[in-house]
Write a protein that binds this ligand. Structure first.
Ligand code: DC
Length: 230
């Protein structure tokens, strides 16, 4: 069977990670969390005391940083220069710095090559902001997942509390609104659905329903693809 690239984009808290992981698992594909790459850089920048305006240093840092995404027991581990930062990159501070870092064109350029290399042989479910528009414009399946700001903030708040991070719902919502605004209005690779993406509003849908919807679109592609030549 042909190994497809499935691109799932959308704003923070739309459910991309949960959906992408389950779709990857169901198809036996590799899962590529592109936001983790930007978060990994933001984590390292925070360790170095860099601020969003330290663009030159952030670019230099990006050039000399080795980020690895490892698949372990169906989970993705994130390594920065060999150090496991899987949990450390999930804090609100890291998320808030990842957004301005992701607006630096040179950083995006470096990560673009990295992401394309990862998906070169297909068999990949990629999730992020620009995987269907910029990274994999030829992806066989493109999905844009979205939900209302309240619903997305509610989901993210719950997730942070479960991780033991104490933060108010209002703060999560404010951070998310600011991040949406920055990610959608930046000049380079702004957050928007690819023209050929299927938009799914997940407000009133369960995770299982969204996964099933995406798998249905994948199956439709499988039956449309010519069988691989032997
Ligand atoms: O999905 P996330 O919250 O882990 O993403 C962290 C930040 O990285 C987010 O503010 C936007 C940015 N990002 C991006 O610009 N392009 C991507 N493909 C993925 C994430």
């Amino acid at each position: 069977m042909k190994q497809l690239v499935i691109a799932i984009d959308g704003p923070a808290g739309a459910g991309k990670s949960s959906v992408a992981k389950q779709v990857a698992q169901a198809l036996g594909y590799r899962y590529l969390d592109t936001g983790a790459l930007y978060r990994a850089l933001a984590w390292k920048a925070l360790q170095r005391g860099l601020r969003p305006q330290d663009t030159r240093y952030i670019i230099e840092m990006t050039r000399e940083t080795k980020v690895d995404l490892l698949q372990q027991d169906g989970e993705q581990r994130v390594l920065v220069d060999g150090q496991d930062v899987t949990e450390a990159i999930r804090t609100p501070e890291v998320g808030n710095l990842a957004s301005p870092i992701s607006a630096i064109p040179e950083v995006r350029e470096i990560l673009l090559d990295w992401q394309r290399e990862f998906g070169r042989h297909g068999g990949t479910v990629a999730e992020g902001r620009d995987t269907g528009t910029v990274v994999f414009p030829n992806a066989e399946v493109k999905i844009f997942l979205t939900a209302s700001l309240d619903e997305r903030a509610r989901r993210r708040h719950k997730e942070l509390l479960e991780r033991g991070i104490s933060i108010s719902f209002e703060q999560v919502k404010l951070d998310m609104e600011a991040r949406d605004q920055r990610d959608s209005t930046r000049h380079i690779a702004p957050l928007r659905p690819a023209p050929d993406a299927v938009v799914i509003h997940t407000d009133n849908m369960s995770l299982e329903q969204v996964v099933e919807e995406v798998l249905k679109l994948c199956r439709a592609r499988f039956t449309n693809e010519a069988p691989p030549s032997t």
